[in-house]
Design a protein around this ligand. Sequence first.
Ligand code: NAD
Ligand code: UD1
Length: 389
Amino acid sequence: MPASHVTNGHMGDTSKCVLVTGGAGYIGSHTTVELVNAGYSPVVVDNLCNSSFECIRRVEEITGQKIPFYKVDLLDKPALEEVFQKHCFEYVVHFAGLKAVGESCQVPLRYFRNNLECTMTLLEVMQSHGVHNIVFSSSATVYGDPQYLPLDELHPAGDCTNPYGRTKYFIEEILSDMVKADKNLNAIVLRYFNPVGAHKSGKMGEDPHGPPNNLMPFVAQVAVGRRAELSVFGNDYNTPDGTGVRDYIHVIDLSLGHVAALKKLDDKCGYKVYNLGTGKGQSVLEMVEAFKKATGVTIPYKICDRRAGDIASMYADPTLARDELKWTAKRDLQEMCEDLWRWQSMNPEGFGGSDSEQKSSDTESGKESILGKHENNNVATPETATAQV
Ligand code: NAD
Ligand code: UD1
C-alpha cells in the first residue's frame, strides 16, 4: 500500500476498506453500520442532496467508530479522485442516486444525468485506481409489469414504466458490458424489493423529504400525527383484498445482503444479479393491519383511485441469493413495523427539518468544519470530515 494511503483514515488499519457512495441515505447508512459490524472499514461519500450529515453522526454513535465522510458530488471527478488518493478501497457499494419515480417522469434528464453520469465517473475513477469490486443498488422496478410471479432473476428486465427505473436498467447494462471488457472487474447488481423498517436503536431510519411517496413512511407519518390519513391507491386490483401486493423487506436484512455480496466478490464472481426480497407478498391493507398489531396504532385511511403506473402484485423469488450469497431475509413484518415505529416516534421530524443542507449546518463543530471546508474544496481530510462522537 503506498505510504500516502490510509485505510478508513487510520494508518496500519488492515480491515477491508469499502467506499459507500450515498452512505448518508436511508439504505446506505444502515449498510454502513452493518459493514462496521462485519469488520469492514467504510468511507462515505455523499453530496447530501437527499440526506443529512446528522445521519452519519448517528452511524458513529451506534457503531462507536469514526466514519470518514466526504461531502462530494459523484459528478465531480477531481473531488472523487482525491478521495481515492486518500484511501485504498477494495470494494465500492454504490447507493448514490436520485430515486423519486414521479419526479423522474417530470425531469427525466436530471435523472439520466445524475444516475448514469455518477456511475460512469465512479467506474472511471475505480478503473484508474485499480479498484475491481462493485455492488450496485438496483431495483425490482427493472422487471416492469410482471409476466409471472414470483419474480426470479431470469424474468425479462428493461421494460420499465418510468425514467428512474430505466436509469437502473441502463446501469445494469453498463456494468455487464464493463465486466465483459475487463476480466478483473466484479460487479454484483442487487435488485431490491420494498425496504422498510429502521435500526433497532431508533436512532436511524428513513427520513423522506416532503410527503412520502412510499407506503410505510406515509403510514408512520400518519401514526405520529404529521399526516391526517393514508390514501390507499385502489382496491380493485386482482389481489386477495383488491389492494396492491409487494414484498416488504427489513432494511437491516437488506443491508446484510450487501455484506454477503462483498463476500461473493472475493470469489472473483464477474457479473452477477440477485433479488433481495423475502419471497412473500403483502397487501396495503395487510400492512396497515400489521402496523396496528405491532404498535397498537390504528391508521385512518380512505380508498382512492389507483396511482398511475402502479402494478397489482410483485414479489421476489429470493432462491438465488440464498444459494449463492448464503443470505436470506430473517426479520418479519412485526419487527419491520416495530422498528419503523420506534424510529418515527423517537424522531417525529426525522433528522430534523426539511432542508438537508440546513440540517447539516447546525451547531456541532464537526458539521461546521465539513461543510465549511467544502465551500473551498470538495474533499475534506478524514479528520475534519469525521463527526466527533
Ligand atoms: P436515499 O435518497 O436515502 O440515498 C441516496 C443517497 O445518494 C442520498 O444520501 C443522496 O444525497 C445521495 N446522492 C444522490 N445523488 C448523488 C450524487 N450525485 N453524488 C453524491 N451523492 C448523491 O435513497 P435510498 O432509499 O437509501 O436508496 C439507495 C439506493 O437504492 C438508490 O440508488 C435507490 O435508487 C436504490 N433503491 C432504493 C429503493 C427504496 O425503496 N428505498 C428501492 C430500490 C432501489
Ligand atoms: C415504488 C416505486 C418503485 C420503487 C419502489 C421502492 C412507483 C410507481 N414505484 O414502488 O419504482 O422501486 O417504490 O422504492 O412509485 N400505496 C398506497 N398509498 C400510499 C403509498 C403507496 O396505497 O400513500 C400503495 C401502492 O399503490 C402500492 C403499495 O402501497 O400498492 C406500495 O407502494 P410503494 O411503497 O410506493 O412501493 P412500490 O409501488 O412497490
